[in-house]
Design a protein around this ligand. Structure first.
Ligand SMILES: CC(C)(COP(=O)(O)OP(=O)(O)OC[C@H]1O[C@@H](n2cnc3c(N)ncnc32)[C@H](O)[C@@H]1OP(=O)(O)O)[C@@H](O)C(=O)NCCC(=O)NCCS
Length: 153
């Protein structure tokens, strides 16, 4: 793949450090420089759970809010260094993270598609997640209007 400066290099994906067992980072193989990461935690915060109970999306929101105690993965943060975007790395991060969550027995994944200002347009971000099977069920979140998306693994 092409890296910054036009030279070819390779990347590797690996589990990130300790804090959350499902985190993934992507690095340059030669320099070990981290150029992206994705982050997953388990279980939705209380205020999100109560919002979810008010959205009736084919029973999925009830599952995610924890009512049937099925394991829920929360995809919180996906980021690729600005110089390395547009080369398929973001997609690989999401793919890898979903694989890890699946292996850990997670059945439902929740995310708020919150695109950084000036970065990927929200529409493109939502489309990326839709390609993995995520469905938008409403809008809420830190900015009150982020698309909320869920996926059954
Ligand atoms: C979201 C992000 C991780 C995507 O990383 P990336 O490595 O550039 O993504 P990819 O190269 O794998 O591209 C994935 C898809 O998104 C599309 N895309 C990426 N950036 C885009 C842009 N600026 N405008 C339009 N489409 C874009 C790509 O075209 C691609 O779709 P395609 O294969 O159908 O063409 C990256 O933009 C980023 O770090 N943004 C800042 C953090 C952020 O907003 N994170 C979202 C948290 S929910």
């Amino acid at each position: 793949m092409k890296a910054k400066g036009g030279f070819s290099t390779h990347v590797e994906l690996r589990p990130a450090m300790l804090k959350h067992p499902a985190d993934i980072e992507i690095s340059l193989k030669d320099g070990k420089v981290q150029i992206g990461r994705a982050h997953a935690v388990y279980g939705v915060p209380k205020r999100v759970a109560s919002w979810l109970r008010s959205v009736h999306a084919d029973g999925l929101s009830e599952r995610i809010s924890g009512e049937d105690r099925s394991p829920v993965g929360i995809l919180e943060y996906v980021e690729v260094d600005q110089d390395y975007r547009g080369q398929g790395l973001g997609r690989r991060l999401v793919e890898e993270l979903l694989g890890v969550l699946d292996q850990k027995g997670v059945q439902v994944v929740y995310l708020q598609a919150s695109a950084d200002v000036g970065g990927i347009p929200e529409r493109a971000l939502v489309r990326l997640y839709e390609e993995f099977g995520f469905k938008e069920i409403g809008r809420t979140g830190d900015h009150a209007d982020d698309p909320v998306m869920i996926l059954e693994l």
